[in-house]
Design a protein around this ligand. Structure first.
Ligand code: ADP
Ligand code: MG
Length: 768
């Protein structure tokens, strides 16, 4: 059987993902392999497919029982003969598995590294035909990795005892060169095929929020995601205490949550993890102790209640969202306190370090440096995905269009004057204070802390009295990231001027930054608006939400989806496996769109292999048939065929325009455009700003919009009298703080008008 047959027959997929094929070809041709791919990229398939095409047995070394259980469950349900041996089995069960294995019944055997030194296992392996030895989560072998497992060091010796040297293949999501070198060296990989794929995970939305009250914001998010939408998610906290607090609060607010941290008993760990895996509880609140064992593919959001200590940890934890490829959200709730906590933890581990002085200092400096980059992520004024990818050494040329920065409708603004005020205040304060004091002075605060030090006598006192302190702090963060301000690493986080600040102060250099509309005009007394988040996430959640999968389905299809979920739960319960092992959510969504009623059509659904078709196909097909008979096949009434993910960009926007949902309420252009991009799957390939521009240009050319001069000399877009005919309304709107302003609202009629003219609009645009 060749690799494509294996892919379709067992796993039900038509295509390999990036990198998979290269690795698989390498292994099949006998090469040692090191595969470095981000979490959720599909590393398992890279060794499972060769294991099924090569003759003999593949031994897979995996660090955690839960990981083995998950993968073996999934393989068995797909009709692959696989088993695991670990401490959860009794001696009799272990003997039975080894006995079967010796008869050649299994193609894959998963073991914990400790097993490699057990005599019975070594004896079995020496007498068997071992095709390859796979080391999953291979960073466990490196003391530079975050999860060093000394028992992994026993692997080379075990391999040495085998009659014939098998192919060695190692996989990890850890990208650093140190770790990669360690893996190759310690395992003794022989001229390996090393493949490092791109680290981008396109289906993940990245957002940073800086709420005044994190708990309130968290509850709001979880209610939206889980209570209203039924999505499953993880909330990461920095401490056990926070886990307890957050879990209690969520439970009290009616969210189905459970918890995980190192302070719980082993029993409780297993129970809570199972509750989450089997969807009995929808939200897992956890410290970073809840980690590597999670292969649950339908986690659809990860919220960080606290900022982790480095981007490596963040990307790994956030990456647990959206493994099945569905659009998913990664939200960071940031506050300055997170930096202080992390500094404290790093200092403490320096003090408690058992390394020699020099190495301990080196580690300390590295940790502080990494923390700085993590903090910059939370305060940066650029595309968040680009920031992460650049951190991992990947250059990307364009902004992603799927993060809170890209979705916020920001504009490049000259902030030279603000910068001069801030920089000169830092200087006047003697470069001796942190952000809180400096922003207090600029704002003219009467806090004791400021008055008692006589800082109210400075010439810069109160010169930014028209802004809130929070927005000043936010500007200070911007200037820090841009390199105009230095911050000390100690707990005082003292601000001082960087050399780059001098030309700015002298008026020889202008500074611009991407700032949202709200941030540009923020004045005191504008209520509790959260500008520091760029307003991105908020603005969108008011209209379409982020990565909401339900959006891809019509109302009727959502009904079908819930019926199919019931079918899936029943089958899962009968087989004693989690629901996503039967079919993942992405497969169910596809079934709802395609509505296959024959076996042939059903097999075309991604994730349906031969064995699953035979075992479960009928149950799903009959549910779909029943549904179609009762409701008519809405797929027939759609004028254009639905094509997924094939064509992006403006072409995709136009051909899939029938999928655009018209909102019953009037929308500002930003929300409407975002809605269009989500509905047509073009959000990752088209920039909303470009589409907005194209629409505005066309409407202006056609005489619906016009440029109007404002009293302050700047110009803004306004609607012409003719605009009313197509439902474009120029109305007085109220901001959250109660202030009034004029804005353009696109009624349902106007939305339809624009959709109807999309071809013309796109064709006329120069920017798309
Ligand atoms: P990793 O180990 O890299 O974190 P996994 O091997 O657990 O990722 O795979 C993540 C998800 O991707 C699984 O649900 C798997 O079924 C799915 N997957 C892997 N390869 C493909 C593919 N070629 N097409 C579709 N889905 C895939
Ligand atoms: Mg894996």
């Amino acid at each position: 059987m060749d690799k494509y047959d294996v892919l379709k027959q067992y796993f039900g997929y038509d295509n390999f993902r990036p990198g998979q094929e290269n690795i698989i070809d390498g292994i099949i041709s006998g090469c040692d392999t090191l595969g470095v791919m981000p979490t959720g990229a599909g590393k398992s398939l890279c060794f499972q497919v060769p294991a099924l095409t090569l003759s003999g047995i593949a031994i897979v070394i995996s660090p955690l029982i839960s990981l083995m259980t998950d993968q073996v469950n999934a393989l068995v349900q797909s009709g692959v003969r696989a088993a695991y041996i670990n401490s959860s089995l009794t001696a009799a069960q272990t003997a039975a598995v080894l006995n079967n294995a010796a008869k050649g019944i299994y193609k894959l055997i998963y073991v914990a590294p400790e097993r490699l030194t057990a005599e019975s296992f070594v004896r079995f392996a020496q007498n068997a035909d071992i095709s390859m030895v796979v080391v999953d989560e291979a960073h466990c072998i490196s003391r530079w990795g975050q999860d060093f497992r000394p028992s992994y060091l026993a692997i080379p010796e075990f391999v040495g005892k085998l009659r014939k040297r098998p192919i060695l293949a190692a996989f990890t999501a850890t990208a650093t060169q140190d770790v990669r070198n360690d893996i190759q060296r310690v395992l003794g990989l022989n001229k390996p095929n090393v493949l490092v794929t791109g680290f981008d995970r396109k289906n993940l939305y990245f957002g940073v929020l800086t709420p005044d009250n994190k708990m309130k914001e968290l509850v709001r998010l979880v209610r939206e995601y889980t209570v209203e939408d039924g999505r499953s998610g993880i909330v990461y906290c920095s401490t056990r205490k926070n886990v307890e607090r957050v879990c209690a609060e969520l439970t009290e607010r009616g969210c189905s949550a459970t918890r995980y941290h190192a302070g719980l008993s082993e029993n409780e760990h297993r129970e809570n993890q199972d509750d989450f895996t089997y969807d009995r509880k929808k939200v897992m609140v956890a410290t970073n102790a809840f980690g590597m064992g999670i292969d649950k593919s339908n986690v659809s959001y990860v919220i960080h209640f606290n900022m982790p200590k480095d981007i490596e940890s963040y990307y790994q934890e956030a990456g647990r969202a959206g493994r099945d490829g569905s659009p998913s959200d990664c939200i960071m709730l940031y506050s300055g306190q997170d930096v202080i906590t992390n500094r404290f933890l790093i200092r403490r581990s320096r003090e408690e370090s058992e390394l020699d002085e020099r190495t301990a200092d080196e580690v300390y400096n590295k940790d502080m440096q990494r923390l700085k980059f993590m903090t910059y992520y939370c305060t940066t004024a650029k595309c968040l995905r680009k920031y992460i990818l650049e951190y991992f050494g990947e250059k990307s040329s364009s902004d992603c269009g799927n993060c809170s920065y890209c979705c916020s409708g920001t504009e490049e603004t000259d902030i030279t004057v603000e910068a001069q005020k801030i920089l000169s205040c830092i200087y006047r304060c003697g470069q001796r204070y942190g952000k809180t004091v400096v922003s207090g002075v600029l704002n003219g605060s009467k806090r004791e802390q400021i008055i008692s030090r006589g800082l109210d006598k400075l010439s810069t006192y109160g010169i930014m009295g028209d802004r809130t302190e929070k927005s000043i702090r936010w500007l200070i963060d911007r200037l820090t990231v841009m390199g105009y301000i230095n911050v000390t690493d100690d707990e005082y986080a003292t601000l001082s001027l960087a050399p780059a600040a001098i030309p700015v102060l002298k008026g020889n250099k202008h500074i611009t930054a991407h700032i949202s509309a709200g941030e540009r005009t923020e004045k005191k007394g504008s209520g509790d608006r959260d500008y520091s988040s760029f307003g991105g996430r908020k603005e969108k959640s008011a209209s379409v939400g982020t990565g909401k999968r339900e959006l891809y389905l019509s109302e009727e299809d959502k009904e079908l989806l819930s019926q199919l979920k019931i079918v899936r739960s029943k089958i899962a319960a009968a087989n004693n496996v989690p629901a996503y092992v039967i079919f993942n959510d992405a497969s169910l969504y596809e079934m709802c769109c395609e509505k296959p009623v024959t076996k042939e059509d059903f097999r075309r659904i991604s994730g349906v292999g031969d064995v699953k078709l035979e075992r479960f196909g009928e149950k799903f097909i009959s549910a779909i048939s029943r549904y179609v008979a009762e409701n008519g096949d809405s797929a027939d009434t759609i004028s254009e065929p639905i094509t997924y993910d094939t064509e992006g960009g403006a072409g995709g926007l136009v051909t899939r325009k029938s999928m655009i949902e018209i909102s019953e309420e009037g929308l500002p252009l930003t929300s409407f455009v975002e809605n269009m991009l989500v509905c047509t799957h073009t959000r990752s390939t088209l920039k909303s700003a470009d589409v907005r521009k194209a629409i505005v240009e066309w409407l202006t050319k056609e005489g619906y919009l016009t440029l109007k001069e404002r009293s302050d000399g700047k110009s803004e877009t306004a609607a012409t009298p003719k605009a009313g005919q197509v439902g474009i309304n120029y109305v007085m709107r109220k901001g959250r703080g109660g202030e009034s302003y004029m804005g353009i609202i696109y009624s349902p009629k106007a939305q339809r008008f624009i959709v109807a003219n999309l071809e013309k609009i796109m064709a006329a645009s120069n920017s798309i």
